[in-house]
Design a binder for this molecule. Structure first.
Ligand code: PEP
Length: 242
């Protein structure tokens, strides 16, 4: 396994207002989040980024900020879009690209996703590129073929972070068997041997220890279980005890 730092990414989706996000930060044991082996990354909504950036700066905590999406265009007349440069200026270091909700609900696909990745790099952001198969593909045993196609536009030399997120596992409480996960991870690592690889999909306080024990991921992208400070903190603790 490549010798990467480990990452714990909270994807808050559209679940928290800025007010709620600041309450979360007050309740999180931030003084315990020291810059050790696990980089904590929070992805709030666009509008919450400035307030969270201010909070993080004031409290000198090593938590990093991430956007949940960015535009496939550099700048210009694109009402409602937010560019990678704007995100960098707002204090982001990371941006999630290609989340399955963006792909399924908002029709995002290649070549726009590759353009987003490229623009993120140009702006000085690290893309966290999400990919993963549907339940049908998983059950028909075609996961590797599907993932290979999803990852085909990307060079193994790109310094991005990959987040393998089986669509059928997101928000469902189901995770792949450890054998399946190990096989899929092995396959992804054969394509991207030097890239940090995260797993996302129903990670929670009950399964994180087993996931850490049975797999060789560089961390996790967490949705539902990242919304409660005590639960999220317990994930952080589990990662630091590994
Ligand atoms: C996600 O949305 O990327 C995710 C992994 O969500 P959850 O942890 O709720 O499955």
């Amino acid at each position: 396994m490549p010798n990467h730092k480990h990452f714990l990414v909270a994807n808050w989706k559209m679940a928290m207002t800025t007010h709620q996000a600041l309450d979360f930060m007050k309740m999180l044991s931030v003084q315990e989040i020291t810059d050790s082996r696990t980089q904590v990354i929070i992805a709030p909504s666009f509008v919450t980024l400035p307030a969270l950036h201010q909070w993080i700066t004031q409290h000198s905590t090593p938590i990093a900020l991430c956007a949940q999406n960015s535009a496939a265009m550099q700048s210009g007349a694109y009402t409602g879009e937010v560019s990678a440069v704007m995100l960098k200026e707002t204090g982001c270091d990371y941006v999630i690209i290609g989340h399955s909700e963006r792909r399924i609900l908002f029709g995002e696909r290649e070549p726009d996703l590759s353009t987003k990745v490229e623009l993120a790099f140009q702006a000085g952001l690290t893309p966290i590129f999400c990919f993963g198969e549907s339940r049908d593909i998983y059950e028909s045993g075609k996961t590797n073929d599907f993932l290979r196609k999803q990852l085909a536009p990307y060079s193994a030399k790109l310094p991005f972070i990959l987040a393998y997120e089986p669509i059928w596992s997101i928000g469902t409480g189901f995770i792949p068997t450890y054998d399946d996960l190990a096989r899929t991870v092995g396959f992804i690592r054969s394509l991207f041997p030097d890239t940090a690889l995260l797993y996302g999909g129903s990670v929670n306080g009950s399964n994180i220890d087993s996931l850490l024990q049975h797999t060789t991921m560089n961390g996790f992208l967490v949705g539902g279980a990242s919304l409660k400070p005590d639960v999220f903190y317990s994930l952080y603790q589990a990662m630091n005890q590994r």
